[in-house]
Design a binder for this molecule. Structure first.
Ligand SMILES: Nc1ncnc2c1ncn2[C@@H]1O[C@H](COP(=O)(O)OP(=O)(O)OP(=O)(O)O)[C@@H](O)[C@H]1O
Ligand SMILES: O=C(O)C1=C[C@@H](O)[C@@H](O)[C@H](O)C1
Ligand SMILES: [Mg+2]
Length: 196
């Protein structure tokens, strides 16, 4: 006899996959929200390709994000990010994890809105700080008080991330649990848009 729990999990994946159709599933949110790690799990569960825009930018430029910021500055980085995102979102379905500032940029946001379903992984300051303070690869946090900088970014960006199609609370639960919550939110979003 089949395991009823497995059947429930399988049908969630199937329902989310059907709800997505040929659209991309695009994860947005601040540094440390879990876009890259949860995105990878989602892609494997949905059986569709996974792309991380930060990695794609590093691949095409053959430089790290930190090197790009240092050599060309944030403005040039954003212009490159917009071009890369536009290209990545032309075809779907894919799971695309974005860099933390991608959705904040108006042009990039337009490509994201056109290219699929955007999901904001929303987390509180302490959760984000616990996760990002372990590595110093993030150029925007190389300040005297990086936790305060992170809080300033939250205050400036949260009203913009709130424009995503769907919001999922990112908490200290297993990444697989977070991925399941995103799948449920995708199914719900599709139901709501079908009903309206
Ligand atoms: N649900 C979770 N529980 C515990 N740790 C997590 C969870 N989600 C992510 N992490 C950890 O937090 C760190 C940051 O996660 P991740 O790189 O996925 O974030 P991100 O949103 O892609 O950040 P960035 O915008 O900087 O790329 C990683 O070390 C990851 O393993
Ligand atoms: O929040 C941001 O603006 C950034 C987040 C990272 O993912 C990188 O894209 C880069 O470090 C900028
Ligand atoms: Mg990431």
């Amino acid at each position: 006899m089949s395991d009823p729990l497995l059947t429930v999990a399988d049908s969630l994946k199937d329902r989310a996959r059907a709800a997505l159709g040929s659209r991309n599933l695009i994860l947005v949110g601040l540094m440390g929200a879990g876009k890259s790690s949860v995105g990878r799990i989602l892609a494997s569960q949905l059986g569709i390709p996974f792309i991380d825009s930060d990695h794609e930018i590093e691949r095409v430029s053959r430089m790290t994000i930190a090197e790009l910021f240092a050599a060309y500055g944030e403005e040039e980085f954003r212009a490159l990010e917009t071009r890369v995102m536009k290209r990545l979102l032309k075809n779907g379905p894919r799971v695309v994890s974005t860099g933390g500032g991608a959705f904040v940029n108006e042009r990039t946001r337009r490509h994201i809105k056109k290219g699929g379903l955007s999901v904001w992984l929303k987390a509180d300051l302490d959760v984000l700080w616990e996760r990002v303070n372990k590595r110093d690869t993030r150029p925007l946090l190389k300040t005297e008080n990086p936790k305060q900088t992170l809080e300033n970014l939250m205050n400036a960006r949260y009203p913009i991330y709130a424009q995503a199609d769907v919001t999922v609370l990112s908490r200290d639960v297993r990444k697989e649990v977070m991925a399941d919550e995103v799948l449920k939110a995708v199914v719900e979003a599709q139901k709501e848009s079908a009903a309206s």
